[in-house]
Design a protein around this ligand. Sequence first.
Ligand code: 3H9
Length: 659
Amino acid sequence: MPEIRFSQSVSARREQGALVVTIDNPPVNALSAHVRSGLMAALDHATDLPTITGLVITGAGSTFIGGADIKEFGKPPMEPMLSEVIDRIETFEKPVVCSVNGSALGGGCEVALACHGRIAGEKAAFGLPEVKLGIVPGAGGTQRLPRLIGTIAAIDLIGTGRTVNVSEAVALGLADGTAADPVAAALTLLRELGAKPLRRTGLMAVPTVDAAAVSAAEAKVLARARGQSAPVEAVRLVKAAGQVDLKQGLAEERGTFLRLRDSVESAALRHVFFAERAAGKVEGLETVSPRRIQTIAVVGAGLMGAGIAVSALTSGCRVIALEQTKEAAADARARIAETLDKTVRSGRMDADGRDDCIARLQTTAEAADLVTADLVIEAVFDDLQVKMDLFRRLDGILAPGTILATNTSYLDPDVIAAATTDPSRVVGLHFFSPANVMRLVEVVDCAKTAPDVLASALAFVKRLGKLPVVCGVTEGFIGNRIFSAYRREAEFMLEDGAVPDEIDAAFEAYGFPMGIFAVNDMAGLEIAWARRKRQAATRDPAARYVEIADRLCEAGRLGRKSGRGWYAYPNGERTVDPEVTAMIKAARAAKNITPRAITAEEIMGRLLKAMVDEGTALLAEGIAARPGDIDLVMINGYGFPAHKGGPMFTAQQGKDLKS
Ligand code: 3H9
């Protein structure tokens, strides 16, 4: 049958009397204006031709519909509106069935909800992830989903924005069935539907439900909301679906959607969305082919190394973990197995998956066993001499094509690379702890890193399901350099008049999960102390230097591990310690500083400024490529609240408001 074209992205062919409509709008079949108008034209066509029995809607490629076109947000609206298209589908006189070939997200899921039947292909996924963009579904999702799957499940799905796979979608009643050939199955369903009155989701009653169960589902979502408006509003709208009629519910949803779409929270989360897609893209690297990485080796399988090993195993790699002795290698195996067991206990992996990972793990005390590795990541003690010796030794053992990565946090990877005969195969992979959980990896493009080595490192990090951010060589890379800057500012404020508890409270009220001093106590104060001692000889004597942390360390207050640091921890509870307050007072007195009260607003203002100033310097030095990269590092490595967009976004907003 010839193709009928309705717009640049929507076409159809006749099959078994029906019109099979395909949306082809790469990369994700977003509902751009020409898709909406194309769908309307297809519906018109089916109305005009009495011989057409109904419509099947499907997507080209691997996505069904990825949602509204986020790039259209903030631009003048273009007719027809998505809600009109969806209303037309739901009230259409002939059956409309969707063949969900891939992800049906946001507006894509809302299109599916309005259809009279839904068949899921094997790769289908359904979700209303709008809250992750700081908005609520704006084309009926909050009103139709509870009608179809009940209030509790709808609160969970819309409130968290999580995506469900085919089996869960079928179990929830979100999909009517699944098929290897979803278009053929949709055509069969269409014929069946044609014989009876059409099932219009919007006209269904929301199933009645126990109020206590609703409150429990709501509480679960709100506990994760951490100051964000969208999940709160989403839950309110889902609950309203059971209390008001469709028209009123849709009007309430639309108003909320528009209000949130124009909020700073949504702009921040959209910035994060696009920053994540831009991260890891390096100019000039598009045409470079990455090397094949199937076997990786981890040298040093302590907490960090074991985390990296688990991450690689769960992504399907073969892993060789090297330790110094057979006993240490056996301990490493036990540590990795225990982490995998934990994943099984949490339900994120089944026992077969764990066994499969263990089968791909080799632990050894023989460096020669590393010869089969495509990539070797060192995660040994952060000491320059230790790392240089290791790289020199590995350089003599490994095949010439093997990539060598250092996981150093503060040392200079160029110096480590110089210990090898071929520094072009050296790259930095700075994982964050625990490495099997944390998404962020700073990929350090060293002075001599070859383009295909960088491309391989990026591809490997993406394969682990993690977020790579490229940075140049500097002490502490992007994250720890910014962390040092705002920690320094926090210590200045101690001298100026604040106490650790006030600074941490302001930081946590802003949305960080844990205050700066509490984080220091958790990580331990001794590493930074050792660094300060190393740097003492070269420190600018005119620069302001706060000695309080040194006094704490000298007093044996090394953080939680030693039972006390910036705080005391009686019964494990973080508590203000008068001894620390006295040390701070003594430090002020020694410098003749008269303390003054510092408000939470000033505290946060100064900390943010420290982050932004350091971020600006990193950009100027070419260490970071984009402000968005800096924001991603702060959000994913240091707990900056994502719904505030990161320090660079916040600073830009401030400038935009002033101009
Ligand atoms: C919504 O629907 C609101 C409605 O309720 C109501 C409206 C009235 N728009 O992620 P990838 C781009 S809100 C525009 O790497 P994958 C992305 O920027 C929307 N562009 O691919 C990237 O561009 P580039 C609710 C989009 O295969 C390219 O596509 N929907 C959109 O790993 C590839 O992206 C969502 O929140 C979009 N909606 O994953 C879903 N989506 O190549 C958001 C992607 O220039 N999208 N792009 O860097 C996703 O979760 C993933 O993209 C998806 C594919 C799973 C679809």
